[in-house]
Design a binder for this molecule. Sequence first.
Ligand code: SAH
Length: 250
Amino acid sequence: MSRIAIVSAMHPELAAVLAWLPQAQTQVVAGREFVLARWHGQEVVAVLSRIGKVAAATTATVLIERFDVQQVLFTGVAGGLAPQAQVGDVVVANAFLQHDMDASPLFPRYEVPWYGRTHFATDAVLTAALARAAQTALASGVLDAQAAAELGLGTARVQAGLIVSGDRFVSTLAESQRLQQALPEALAVEMEGAAVAQVCHDYGVPFAALRTISDRADDAAHADFLKFVERVASRYSAEILERFFAQRAA
Ligand code: SAH
């Protein structure tokens, strides 16, 4: 039977996912704890990737080589770059790019050397299923009204587009504006997705990723990020995945 990987970058997110998975078994590889369980009958393995591209790439490689996963899902938070990606919105990635990849003038800016590409697409079918699950979860009011009011959130939307990754927590307006100008189609910025996308590309394993916008990658990003992760992000991921696996089982 096929096995699906669920990868999160941070503890609170994974903890919320694990709350849905009683009777899980764990196995430690490369210092990471891989949690094996079933979700609506589907075999899953959930793991904390840790933060940054290298940590995420190691995690993805172990998942494929040691746990024989046939699909990889990433859930987490990201900074909003495009004006329409506001805190509380959910972004489903249709492609990833490494915003800190620069082997110019040998290769064009952002191109990963020898791959002949800057963008790594996610799997269209898996991505559509994740977007549907996110729509269903948001429509059912995952976010409690009190938290929404406290954090000043508007009505959350699900958007699909480019997410960019790099080994930097983008937390100044100047840097987020530079990124927006250089990569106007980028909806959000985070630190792991493009690495997992590249590993999955290498192995031909379908990959999809979902990120809730936790901050606007500006001068307030640090404070916004912490508040958001504590209050809402983890619930989002777990509730959306619950719909995702329920839909698959239906
Ligand atoms: N204080 C945290 C560190 C979080 S780093 C801790 O100790 O656990 C930020 C994480 O959220 C990364 O996993 C990254 O993918 C994502 N992220 C959220 N907002 C971001 C931003 N503005 N820039 C880059 N990554 C961001």
